[in-house]
Design a protein around this ligand. Structure first.
Ligand SMILES: Cc1ncc(COP(=O)(O)O)c(C=O)c1O
Length: 471
């Protein structure tokens, strides 16, 4: 049972949560996972057979036109102690909705700012959260609710919250997990906007921020003692390192420190930090979840108590997501699995090809042999690492400008995660608030270019970089 919503600033209840998908519970998303099933081989075979039955049932419901929502199917499977019968790729397509006879297959867009009621007790019950329904658009909306449920389901979380941007999701989640001034331990390779939020909003409010190298687990161990929050990104920006989220989560949990992960670059298709032991995750849904560079949105997911507190603050401060962006984000989510596979394939192909290209002195990709965090990335993201990579170009800014003016297909854009291949130049985009010295300390040089590899044909992407960099 989810914990009761926490609408105040009380410390989160995350330490008490023990749901399927936590470390030790076995991988929840795949069927026939013998290693994860309790009770040895016999029980494993029996549980596998039950899983197959559930998958068949779930699919036959789809075919018969009465789809059993994936969340129900997962709950059914969990009640039986078996792994979820519906694979992640199928859940991306169906999660968050509850189809009934004559339901529209694609969700209607509900733009109403307010709903009417004829019974005061009914309104009261809905406003108290005791009955389903919507009453005022800032508090809830059917499109937002579907997106929240879908992301929560894909992340293996009890609850989700959709916000007006990734920064709003981060802000609400951070304050839910660390409501009072405390030490925040954060990766020093944070997205620049997050760095600015910490320095310009959290530090003046009395928080102390300790920026460390999350790749160095001894430093992490020392820094976590007495901290109020640990903040990491699944894949660092722009140099694409992968911190050992599992080891960091274990240390944080041992010390009772909440652990928040920005999972924007990986998406729940490639990495699910809650299963690795994190307390909560957030996304800039502007990126891969939306996937088409046509919306700005954020989502946070975690235990019901923490997300309840984040939701209450987001409602009070008015940062909840509008219906159309929620509708678009859910539409994007439906193809997330196929897009992430293609992004992952293309980025690795480009990274490998770039190693031989003119003027390229270094290529950064989580799954490139020789990458400093190759072993961790392979363990945490066995299906691929998404579309993000970077490279260092000889000749600095003028060489980057030369390449940019020669591109035929690739565009310069200060965002990522869309279907089209884009580059960004951290010196003037994500890391512009840092001094040149601070950038150099992170390994970001005047020749560093970040690439968000799209879903075009890999040969065309490689050819465009090759011609743009040729003599
Ligand atoms: C890793 C990461 N987190 C958070 C954000 C903030 O997201 P938004 O722009 O949707 O507020 C971004 C934006 O680029 C990002 O790259």
């Amino acid at each position: 049972m989810p914990a009761a919503p926490n609408y105040g600033d009380a410390p989160p209840k995350f330490l008490e949560s023990s749901r399927p998908g936590r470390p030790g519970a076995g991988p929840p998303h795949e069927i026939c996972d013998f290693a994860g099933a309790p009770g040895g081989a016999e029980a494993s075979v029996a549980s596998c057979a039950r899983s197959v039955t559930h998958l068949r049932d779930a699919l036959s419901h789809v075919l018969a036109g009465s789809f059993a929502p994936a969340a129900d199917a997962a709950k059914h499977a969990a009640d039986l102690g078996v792994a979820s019968p519906v694979k992640l790729s199928s859940r991306a397509v169906h999660a968050g909705r509850d189809l009934k006879a004559r339901s529209p297959l694609a969700p209607d867009l509900s733009t109403a700012a307010v709903h009417v009621y004829t019974d005061l007790d009914d309104y009261d019950a809905v406003a108290r959260g005791e009955r389903p329904g919507h009453y005022y658009g800032r508090n809830s909306n059917s499109n937002r609710e579907m997106l929240e449920k879908a992301v929560a389901e894909l992340e293996g979380a009890e609850a989700g919250l959709a916000t007006a941007s990734g920064m709003a999701a981060l802000h609400s989640a951070m304050l839910a997990l660390a409501p009072r001034p405390a030490t925040i331990v954060a990766t020093r390779e944070l997205y620049g906007g997050t760095m600015a939020l910490l320095r310009q909003d959290f530090e003046p409010a009395g928080y102390e921020v300790n920026f460390i190298d999350l790749g160095d687990l001894d430093t992490v161990r020392r820094a976590i003692d007495g901290a109020g929050l640990v903040l990491a990104e699944t894949i660092t920006n722009p140099l694409c390192g992968v911190p050992d989220l599992e080891a960091i989560a274990a240390m944080a949990r041992e010390r009772g420190v909440p652990f928040l992960v920005d999972n924007t670059f990986a998406s729940p298709i490639l990495c699910r930090p809650l299963e690795l032991g994190a307390t909560a995750v957030m996304h800039s849904a502007t990126k891969y979840i939306g996937g088409h560079s046509d919306l700005v949105a954020g989502v946070a997911a975690g235990d019901a108590g923490s997300i309840g507190a984040a939701r209450a603050r987001s409602v009070r401060t008015g940062t909840t997501l509008g219906p159309f962006d929620a509708w678009l984000a859910l539409r994007g989510l439906r193809t997330l699995d196929v897009r992430m596979r293609r992004h992952s394939h293309n980025s690795l192909a480009l990274a490998r090809a770039m190693q031989a290209m003119a003027g390229v002195t270094r290529v950064h990709h989580p799954l490139l042999e020789g990458s400093p965090t190759f072993a961790v990335a392979t363990r945490l993201m066995p299906r691929g690492a998404g579309g993000m990579m970077a490279f260092d170009l000889e000749g600095g800014r003028s060489a980057v400008q030369r390449m940019l003016s020669r591109f035929r297909l690739v565009a310069f854009a200060a965002s990522l995660g869309g279907v089209e291949t884009t580059i960004s130049y951290p010196e003037i985009t994500s890391h512009r608030s840092l001094t040149p010295q601070e950038r150099l300390e992170l390994g970001v040089t005047p020749g560093t270019v970040r690439v968000s590899v799209g879903i075009e044909d890999a040969d065309d992407i490689i050819a465009d970089f090759a011609q743009a960099l040729s003599a």
